[in-house]
Design a protein around this ligand. Structure first.
Ligand SMILES: *[C@@H]1O[C@H](CO)[C@@H](O)[C@H](O)[C@H]1NC(C)=O
Length: 256
């Protein structure tokens, strides 16, 4: 079955990049330690949203990531546009600080049905920082590490918004969804990512997945929990191609 091809690249993590011009980035910060590249992505983003306690992480973490600069100046420069969520984790002084700087604070404690990340992504899709949402990337910092149920909830958001490009990022890896509606071409930025990668049939088993560019390629291979899932694979080529009858989670290690 012929499917359209979707291209993916992590060029937003490169210190300098031209391709960033074509894409529009929104950054979401959740309540985990900020990865080292948080300032870079923040500067590159057109919209910055903190989920609840994520605001504490920006308040505490940005000055730590930029030592030698005046903490208050850093905090003024790295101000969230919007703070959303339950508001049970943000410290009162952090809330007041950013509120005084003009950040929009939206208390959503009445909505207990969706996670903080869900609320942030849904806000961004309703207020996109660009006209074409196909050019929009939502980069999520702090989605991994900490409680496992939170991590699984964040991965579920990738499935809930499978038509939006959402990338979960930590210091160690990036994760995104490969919808089965497309064939996928992943351009590997070797200076910043790899070689370890995984291809995981998280939502449902796959009866047939085919890849090129990996050390252990799949050829019309079935994958499922309890059977084969592709972990600790290795990227061998500049471009990895993946086609599957099922939505898959792609993950690749990030270099220090
Ligand atoms: C893929 O595998 C299935 C099940 O083993 C088989 O029926 C099918 O013909 C294979 N397709 C290709 C393109 O090899």
């Amino acid at each position: 079955m012929a499917r359209p091809t979707m291209s993916h690249s992590s060029s937003f993590l490169l210190p300098t990049t031209d391709s960033a011009a074509a894409a529009a980035y929104a950054v979401v910060v959740l309540n985990q330690r900020l990865p080292r590249f948080a300032p870079l992505l923040w500067n590159r983003a057109r919209l910055r949203v903190c989920a609840d306690g994520g605001a504490n992480r920006v308040f505490d973490g940005m000055p730590e990531l930029l030592p030698g600069e005046d903490p208050d100046e850093v905090r003024t420069r790295y101000k969230p546009d919007v703070i959303k969520g339950d508001m049970d984790s943000i410290r009162p002084e952090v809330k007041e600080y950013y509120s005084n700087l003009g950040a929009e604070i939206v208390d959503e404690s009445h909505d207990q049905d969706t996670t903080d990340l869900h609320k942030c992504v849904s806000f961004i899709t309703r207020n996109p920082p660009c006209s074409e949402t196909s050019n929009l990337y939502i980069l999520v910092l702090g989605a991994l590490g900490g409680r496992f149920d939170h991590e699984m909830g964040n991965i579920n958001v990738l499935y809930r918004f499978s038509n939006i490009r959402i990338v979960l990022l930590s210091d160690d890896c990036s994760i995104f969804l490969l919808p089965k509606t497309h064939s996928h071409e992943i351009h590997i930025e070797r200076s910043i990512e790899g070689p370890h990668c995984g291809l995981i049939p998280m939502g449902a088993p796959s009866a047939s997945t085919t890849t090129t560019g990996l050390r252990w390629n799949l050829d019309n291979t079935s994958m499922s929990y309890g059977g084969l899932i592709s972990t600790s694979n290795i990227v061998e080529e500049e471009t990895v191609r993946i086609t599957s009858d099922s939505d898959l989670i792609w993950t690749i290690s990030l270099r220090n």
